[in-house]
Design a protein around this ligand. Structure first.
Ligand SMILES: [Fe+2]
Length: 274
């Protein structure tokens, strides 16, 4: 099974400053067109937050429209699309408009957009790390209790966890300051206790990054819109760079486990036979 991972489309953002106009809708359309080109077709498509720039209803409606226009319906060759919110989102509003992408998980805290869906023998568990009005993320007691219950119900079965704020320290200090500031150790303990989590997929950092938590790989996908400058100097100011967008493409089978690919969205020459 192939899983496409797109993140941080930031629909509604129009510029990165006075001199740099951007078009996140076009970025998302290109990324989805890229997804459509893969054979075999991805069966699941994950969106790990910052779906829109400023939590505006009209931007969620635009996102829904773009997905409907660019992807075949699920069940007619299109992937099952699952989403969690990021710090630029308004989770409850997002769920109201994108209900199909964010189904209410059984037993989840009602004010948090947690997701649980099984597809192809893999359980997809989406976490809501949003702290209203804050850029940083956290996992609180209620959601961790729900996650513990959910992982117990998935005992002995493979799981993929996806979330906006990644449970890692990147070294991009301005982003680490607004990273997952609470709940990382508790998440690690639950992952170790389950023993079958295959991958943690996240966004927020607008760069391709790998890490690990509790012995499980953590993968951060770049944005479909704009990337952050790779500047690892302590205290470096945050800056953006219009590097080519990428998608994550993860291959999972029960026999082979997980492998993670990144694929640039913009076109390159090739393939060339060698
Ligand atoms: Fe973002």
């Amino acid at each position: 099974m192939l899983i496409a991972h797109l993140t941080d489309p930031h629909i509604g953002l129009t510029s990165l400053g006075p001199a740099v106009d951007i078009d996140p809708v076009d970025g998302l359309r290109r990324a989805l067109a890229h997804v459509r080109r893969f054979d075999p077709a991805p069966e699941v498509l994950l969106l790990s937050g910052d779906l829109v720039e400023a939590g505006r209803e009209q931007d969620y409606r635009t996102l829904a429209q773009v997905l409907a226009q660019e992807l075949p319906p699920h069940g007619a060759g299109g992937p099952r699309v699952l989403a969690v919110p990021g710090n630029h989102d308004r989770p409850v509003l997002a769920r109201r408009i994108l209900a199909e992408l964010m189904p209410q998980a059984a037993g989840a805290p009602p004010d948090q957009v947690c997701v649980h869906a099984e597809h192809g023998g893999l359980h997809f568990i989406g976490l809501d790390t949003v702290q209203p009005g804050q850029a940083h993320g956290a996992l609180g007691g209620a959601q961790l209790a729900w996650l513990q219950d959910t992982l117990l119900r998935c005992a002995g079965q493979p799981v993929l966890i996806f979330m906006h704020h990644p449970p890692l320290t990147s070294g991009v200090s301005a982003m680490d300051a607004c990273g997952l500031l609470r709940g990382r150790a508790e998440l690690a303990a639950l992952i170790v206790a389950h023993g079958g989590v295959q991958l943690i997929a996240a966004g927020h950092l607008h760069r391709p990054i790998l890490g690990a938590l509790g012995g499980v790989p953590v993968v951060v996908a770049p944005s479909t819109s704009h990337q952050l400058e790779l500047d690892l100097r302590p205290g470096a100011p945050l800056a953006c760079r219009l590097e080519p967008p990428m998608i994550g493409l993860y291959r999972w089978t029960p026999e082979d486990g997980m492998s993670c690919h990144f694929s640039h969205v913009t076109g390159f020459d090739g393939p060339f036979a060698i």
